[in-house]
Design a protein around this ligand. Structure first.
Ligand SMILES: Cc1ncc(COP(=O)(O)O)c(C=O)c1O
Length: 408
């Protein structure tokens, strides 16, 4: 008798983006002809750069000839050339990585959801609150939590990110086993200082815990003093996994390519160095066929000198949008965070409105769609996220509409 994984039933409460879609559609049905401006989703809008396009074409052309054709990779962990290029990039951050520690995947979403599967089901998990929902949902599905009540899952340790702590948490007061950190953070746009990451690395080493560090937005950091990788911290290779992606910095949201670093030095309770690296390799070789060979050529091109220059310009484009949103909101007296070293603006809802009430108000008055903060965790209530991913002229129109039509 087959039975379903009933842990999925616990998820129903937090269905953020479908609910945004439902409310937007309902608004459009009752307001035909009105143009809605979407600043809700972190989806890239600008074309791939010329160097990346060249790399992708090269990837296609290679498949057209017997002598350069390739089928399955030797393993599912990526082309050696690409793994090497990524390891080299970490050398710029002062981190010394063996290219074999870099495991190529099809993006940070899948890897950040799947990484929990190499850890025991009774591990205690801590997450930033608010956070990218995948960390929580993947652990709920795996059975590491009880049911949700008041927006919190039983058994999960929430690390509140609030105005009081500049949206980056203290280390947990008690013991936890797995810690998800995201810096620059989605949704708050906050970036951890090096000393804050050092505190987590110290904690993890003392507790024999493992940090899963999501740096998908590292390329958006403008301040040269802020860490772009957790491996800038001494000792992090013994306690941290890092996940990153080509999605946002190179516009690969549809192309799909990312990487996960599982250092060979990484250990945890009952696991000697090399074991966790081996488990992730095993997991990927069993469950994943490897990123497309064409796409990997595109990734390699993005990491070339020309590619990096072009991608920096892409990041600058979105960061200009972030400044337009931030300054536009500040000008009408809204308290805003983020948007300086990250492509997300995190705003306090005016007058203490609930996140969803503000969603409706912004849609009705300014015809702008954003993302209610409560969808990212209980501490997101009373906040709202606006995304800088969009065409500059659309962002400018949306901000102008907010400034002229939103009553505070
Ligand atoms: C924090 C964070 N991690 C990972 C992802 C997923 O990225 P990818 O497109 O590489 O799967 C996102 C996407 O929005 C994100 O915000």
């Amino acid at each position: 008798m087959a039975r379903i994984n009933t842990h999925y039933d616990k998820l129903a409460a937090g269905y953020l983006f479908p609910e945004i879609g439902r409310r937007t559609r309902a608004f459009l049905e009752t307001h035909p002809g009105v143009e809605v401006m979407r600043l809700g989703i972190g989806n890239t809008t600008e074309p791939l750069t010329p160097e990346v396009i060249r790399g992708l074409h090269e990837g296609v052309d290679r498949l057209a000839h017997t002598d350069t054709y390739s089928g399955y990779g030797d393993d599912s962990l990526g082309e050696p050339e690409l793994r090497e290029a990524i390891a080299k990039r970490y050398a710029d951050y002062g981190a010394d990585l063996d290219p074999e520690e870099v495991c190529i995947g099809d993006g940070a979403k899948a890897d950040s959801a799947n990484i929990q599967s190499i850890f025991a089901v009774d591990n205690i998990v801590a997450v930033q609150d608010p956070a990218y929902p995948v960390y929580v949902d993947s652990n709920v599905i795996a059975g590491r939590t009880g049911p949700a009540s008041d927006g919190q899952y039983e058994g999960l340790v929430y690390m509140p990110c609030t105005e009081e702590n500049d949206f980056f948490p203290e280390v947990p007061a008690g013991h936890v086993d797995l810690i998800y950190l995201c810096s620059p953070n989605n949704p708050t746009g906050a970036v951890a200082a090096k000393a804050q990451l050092e505190a987590f690395v110290d904690y993890a080493r003392t507790q024999r815990a493992v940090i899963v560090f999501d740096s998908a937005y590292a390329a958006f950091i403008q301040d040269p003093d802020l860490p772009r990788s957790i491996y800038e911290v001494d000792g992090a290779k013994e306690c941290a996994i890092e996940i990153n992606s080509f999605s946002k910095e190179a516009g690969f949201t549809g192309v799909r390519l990312g990487w996960t670093i599982v250092p060979k030095a990484l250990t945890c309770e009952g696991s000697e160095p090399g074991r966790l690296h081996g488990l992730w390799s095993r997991r990927q070789n069993t469950m994943f066929n490897g990123a497309s060979n064409i796409v990997q050529q595109g990734g390699l091109a993005a990491l070339s000198e020309t590619g990096r220059k072009e991608c920096r310009r892409l990041v600058e484009y979105y960061m200009r949008n972030a400044r337009v949103i931030r300054e536009g909101l500040e000008r009408i007296g809204i308290t805003v965070y983020g948007g300086v070293n990250a492509p997300y603006i995190w705003m306090r809802t005016p007058g203490g409105m609930s996140s969803w009430d503000f969603f409706d108000k912004l849609l009705n008055q300014a015809h702008v769609v954003g993302t209610p903060g409560s969808g990212f965790g209980p501490s997101g209530e009373g906040y709202f996220r606006l995304s800088a991913f969009g065409h500059a002229q659309d962002i400018e129109r949306a901000v102008a509409s907010i400034r002229h039509n939103l009553t505070l």
